[in-house]
Design a protein around this ligand. Structure first.
Ligand SMILES: [Zn+2]
Ligand SMILES: [Zn+2]
Length: 313
């Protein structure tokens, strides 16, 4: 596995050569993750209710930024308990149900954009950011199998049906739970998401920090210890990649998601970093801090390699 990762780092292997779909047929076509193939794999166009910017506006911006690849990952939130809040999307300014037919329209629009922009040097991919919860796993399996997607990003946004990643809801969950309880529950659900085999990668692996840090304080930065390791192991075993998400920096955090300690652990355990994403919710977010994230990962890999080669602890 280590030799494999080294080849990847050296650019000998491309991500095209990695099989990462498990159970879901997809047109896997990842590029190798180098600065030269600068890409953003977590982008919400205005199909997401909490986002603005059309697919074309994002693609124009991507050309300006000299991105080589952009993957749209509109929200796919289908918990029936949250049927009044979540299962919708926006098409041509209208709010419509998150039905198979409407998701197919979104995918068609991304494919149309790829036809227009790929001759200009921008590859445009169709993905979804899927909110995972154990009680909807089987339904997700059916839904996702019928969609023609390039990339499925798994995320745990909700615990007890409360969105801990949303400013309006997070505190109502935090008030009822200790930091330990929050992390125990979060990593338990995340482990199930990894094992489900539904996802190419896991989004913002420690997203509970987004609003949790203000509530619980600095202790949250180490609250993953002893809980995240089994999840990282499952990611290796199940061939599920990790995303480096830069969005937390725009919320005043100093570290990407996952934070430095988890990232280091993941690299040492040979978890594949298969995507970098800005989690853009408006056009001005596109590509934000992604080059810094690439550089950080490359630096950590170099350091880890030096440590292994010299036998230093
Ligand atoms: Zn998310
Ligand atoms: Zn997102």
């Amino acid at each position: 596995m280590k030799a494999f990762l080294d080849l990847l780092v050296q650019g000998v292997l491309t991500l095209n050569q990695i099989s990462c779909g498990v159970g879901v047929p997809r047109n896997n076509s990842y590029r190798e993750k180098t600065l030269e193939s600068f890409s953003d794999y977590h982008v919400h166009p205005d199909y997401s209710l909490d986002a603005s910017g059309t697919i074309d506006q994002y693609c124009q911006k991507a050309l300006e930024l000299d991105l080589k690849e952009i993957c749209f990952t509109t929200h796919y939130d289908t918990d029936p308990v949250r049927k009044d809040e979540d299962p919708f999307m926006r098409i041509d300014g209208k709010i419509v149900p998150l039905s198979e037919e409407n998701v197919e329209r979104y995918i068609e629009n991304v494919r149309r954009a790829n036809k227009i922009y790929s001759p200009m040097g921008l590859s445009v991919k169709a993905g979804l950011e899927v909110d995972y919860a154990p009680h909807i796993e089987e339904r997700l399996r059916k839904d996702l199998a019928s969609l023609d997607l390039d990339y499925i990003l798994g995320a745990v946004h909700c615990l007890d049906h409360i969105a801990i990643s949303a400013s309006k809801e997070a505190e109502s969950y935090f008030k009822r739970k200790s930091l330990k309880e929050l992390c125990q529950e979060y990593y338990k659900v995340l482990g199930k998401a990894v094992k489900s085999g539904l996802f190419d990668a896991i989004a913002h692996l420690d997203i509970y920090r987004k609003y949790g840090q203000d509530f619980y304080g600095e202790e949250i930065l180490i609250a993953h210890r002893g809980l995240v390791e089994p999840v990282l192991e499952l990611m290796v075993e199940n061939d599920v990649g990790m995303e480096i998400n830069t969005g937390l920096l725009r919320k005043g955090h100093k570290e990407f998601s996952p934070g430095l300690e988890i990232l280091n652990l993941a690299l040492k355990m040979n978890v594949k970093i298969i995507a970098f994403g800005s989690d853009a919710h408006k056009v001005s977010h596109l590509g934000k801090d992604i080059k810094e994230a690439y550089r950080l990962v490359e630096k950590l890999k170099r350091e880890a390699k030096i440590k292994i080669e010299t036998g230093a602890k």
